[in-house]
Design a protein around this ligand. Structure first.
Ligand code: BGC
Length: 282
């Protein structure tokens, strides 16, 4: 199967400023991935031969307000702590098309229109790839986790502060699908089914599963996937809500849980000028 995150992705340029940098993706060795979330910015060197952290993860609090320059500074700080050279992949909870941030549902509005690849490239001095957080989690699950070896249409749904989605057709990612914003019950699905809503409204697992059932039925009706993978931190508690879900489509919990974002980010780090992205961890 052609693995997402490993092939040339011509439309999604990576690099620092004007310097021409190959858009081939990392395939082996240890590469740093950084996951930018609402409360924490987390990074680790990832051993891409197995999809696991090579050393402990570093987490710094997300600055408030989480404006582009301040987030870029913290990303550079995470890299200083990790002390592993080479290219880096970074996730953002937003649509990232051709390196540019196009939406800001769960991120500071000042990100709109920012060229994130250039921003992080300047801040870190490294070749950088930037992608949507759910797409990152998705490519990690497809390569190492619950979607490994699965063909046809697979949808990875991450339940967290918002709802993120990654859609694959025979292992190839359709980026930036944003199915968390599908209209549901006269509103935005994310505002009804996100894990943060379950916590805020103190919903029972059964009640939450009922909402998730409605959402997954909608996804099923639109895409008819062969498999739905439920990711995000809540996937660790899948036994509390998945038994209440009844769907024609197979629904399974993610395997990489919250690590998927960092692992997928590392997969998306560009190979610099065709040289191997891999650099040994200290
Ligand atoms: C954003 C997505 C993101 C998801 C999970 C949504 O609100 O629109 O881009 O993937 O939250 O963070």
């Amino acid at each position: 199967m052609r693995q997402p995150g490993t092939q040339d992705v011509p439309g999604r340029a990576s690099g620092t400023g004007d310097r021409p940098i190959s858009t081939r993706r990392a395939t082996s060795g240890r590469v740093v991935g950084i996951d930018v979330g609402g409360s924490g910015i987390k990074g680790a060197p990832v051993d891409l031969s197995v999809g696991r952290f090579a050393t402990d993860r570093v987490r710094l609090p997300t600055p408030r307000p989480a404006t582009p320059d301040r987030v870029a500074d913290v990303v550079a700080e995470v890299l200083d702590h990790l002390d592993v050279a080479g290219p880096v992949g970074v996730t953002l909870p937003a649509v990232v098309a051709d390196g540019v941030v196009e939406t800001a549902a769960n991120i500071d509005p000042s990100w709109l229109g920012v060229h994130a690849v250039e921003l992080f490239g300047r801040a870190t001095g490294r070749p950088v790839g930037v992608l949507n957080d759910a797409d990152a989690a998705g490519i990690a699950e497809m390569r190492y986790g619950a979607g490994k070896g699965r063909g046809g249409v697979v949808v990875v749904v991450t339940l967290g502060t918002g709802i993120g989605t990654a859609v694959f057709s025979d292992g190839v990612l359709v980026p930036n699908t944003e199915l968390g914003h599908l209209p549901l019950h006269h509103g935005d699905a994310e505002d009804w089914v996100a894990e943060s809503v379950r916590e805020r409204e103190d919903l029972s697992w059964k009640h939450y599963a009922h909402r998730l059932q409605h959402y997954l039925e909608l996804v099923q009706r639109l895409l008819w996937p062969r498999l739905i993978v439920i990711g995000g931190g809540v996937s660790r508690k899948a036994e509390k809500f998945l038994p209440h879900i009844e769907l024609r489509t197979e629904v399974v919990p993610a395997r990489l849980h919250n690590d998927a974002g960092i692992v997928g980010a590392a997969l998306f780090a560009p190979l610099s000028l065709g040289r191997p992205a891999a650099v040994p961890a200290p």
